[in-house]
Ligand binder design. Structure first.
Ligand SMILES: [Fe+2]
Length: 135
């Protein structure tokens, strides 16, 4: 698999975002008292973990990967409605980041980015579903 410096830098940025998103979902899973919301957010968390594994695998072919993981600082004191609205916006932006880059890549990297973009769309649907089951 061939990837130039620009591609690698973009993949690193995606990886950082995936870690941020993972930490955010971990926090929300821990804090929510609604078992249905917890269950659904855990599913999202697992999918983001897969994204991290995939990105690290690709990046690991070309470089040593190191990411600083920060605890989310903007989650405290928010309602589940606010979480979900923010999560939806984050997923939407992730979708566009993957989609945008996929348009300028070829072959394997393109395929991977398209798959990631597709997953982010699924995450948006899942979040809408969670919103629907809220009281
Ligand atoms: Fe996602």
């Amino acid at each position: 698999m061939v990837a130039d410096q620009k591609t690698l830098a973009q993949l690193m940025a995606h990886l950082q975002e995936e870690y941020n998103s993972l930490e955010k979902y971990k926090f929300q899973v821990e804090m929510t008292s609604n078992p249905l919301v917890k269950e659904q957010l855990e599913k999202l968390l697992k999918m983001e973990e897969k994204h991290i594994q995939l990105l690290e695998k690709v990046l690991g072919l070309h470089m040593e990967v190191h990411v600083e993981v920060e605890k989310p600082s903007d989650q405290e004191g928010k309602s589940v409605y606010e979480w979900l609205a923010q999560d939806y916006e984050d997923e939407r932006q992730a979708y566009h980041r993957y989609k945008r880059q996929s348009e300028s890549e070829d072959k394997e990297i393109k395929q991977i980015l398209e798959r990631l973009a597709q997953d982010e769309l699924t995450h948006m649907d899942m979040l809408k579903e969670i919103y629907r089951i809220l009281p």
